[in-house]
Design a protein around this ligand. Structure first.
Ligand code: ADE
Length: 273
């Protein structure tokens, strides 16, 4: 097994990643956000990718999600663990808490959200992939055990409303996202989760709550400085969780769930030629 990690900032600690080698990859869908770092974490093979590029050069709607997932898969990744900064849409998910996402609502538009679009070098056919469950339950449980093991406040489930950005929500939108049943709001889970599933990979994401968006009474809107400050203050938690989850996944000898992910994709493809 090999585990891809999407997130980036914070994983640049030289003691964390053993024997890192940079891989500059081109995919049929273009270039990923940056070079990928291949190495290991406590003996388990991992590949690290900064979703927005190492200089944070791509805004959420400009990230080449397809190239990112394809590149990780082409280096042999069987799993992807992701981190994501999120605003909270419910009182009990507080800034500083972690959430292991279990569902999403797609509020993005115009993003390349399938590999099955007849791109030269890509897969053939039309793919209608079921999205329940949206995330890999094995990988989710690994993140949750890791978070609980570290003593962090971590919510076992959460629906992410992924919005297009780059702007934050208006108050009316934020109230609407709450009514829809969203627990957190971000800008990157879609199409990442769907593409990982199309690629037949085990994918789960740990969300770091950085703010209360803008739905609460008598409160200002979320700001970039608030998000960045909370993210910087708490990212170590998310990194520790991923590091421990990598060990948990590697210690499990039952890989049959990986075959289920692949079989699901095979059964979802129509008109293969
Ligand atoms: N990422 C972090 N906080 C956010 C918010 N309030 N809305 C969208 N994306 C976010």
């Amino acid at each position: 097994m090999q585990i891809g990690i999407i997130g980036g900032s914070g994983f640049d600690d030289p003691n964390l990643f053993e024997n890192p080698i940079e891989r500059d990859i081109t995919t049929p869908f273009g270039k990923p956000s940056d070079v990928l770092l291949e190495g290991s974490i406590k003996g388990v093979s991992c590949v690290l990718l900064a979703r927005h590029g190492r200089k944070h050069q791509y805004q959420p709607s400009d990230v080449n999600y397809r190239a990112n997932i394809w590149a990780l898969k082409s280096l042999g990744c069987t799993h992807i663990l992701a981190t994501t900064a999120t605003g909270s849409l419910v009182e009990q998910y507080r800034p500083g808490d972690l959430v292991v996402l279990d569902d999403f609502i797609d509020r993005t538009w115009g993003r390349q959200c399938t590999f099955y679009d007849r791109t030269e070098g890509g897969p053939r056919g039309v793919c209608h992939l079921p999205m329940r469950p949206a995330f890999c339950e094995k990988a989710r449980q690994a993140l949750l055990s890791a978070a609980r093991g570290r003593g962090h406040v971590c919510h076992a489930t959460g629906t992410a409303v992924t919005k297009q950005g780059p702007r934050f929500s208006s108050r009316a939108e934020s109230l609407m996202h709450r009514q829809w049943g969203g627990h957190v709001v971000n800008m990157t889970t879609v199409p990442e989760v769907a593409l990982a599933k199309e690629a037949g990979l085990s994918y789960a994401a740990v969300a770091l709550v950085t703010d209360y968006d803008c739905w609460r009474e008598n409160e200002q809107s979320v700001s970039v400085s608030e998000v960045l400050e909370m993210f910087a203050r708490n990212i170590k938690k998310a990194i520790d969780v991923i590091v421990d989850a990598v060990q948990i996944l590697a210690a499990d000898s039952d890989y049959s769930y990986l075959d289920c992910h692949k079989d699901l994709v095979t059964s979802a493809i129509m008109l293969k030629n």
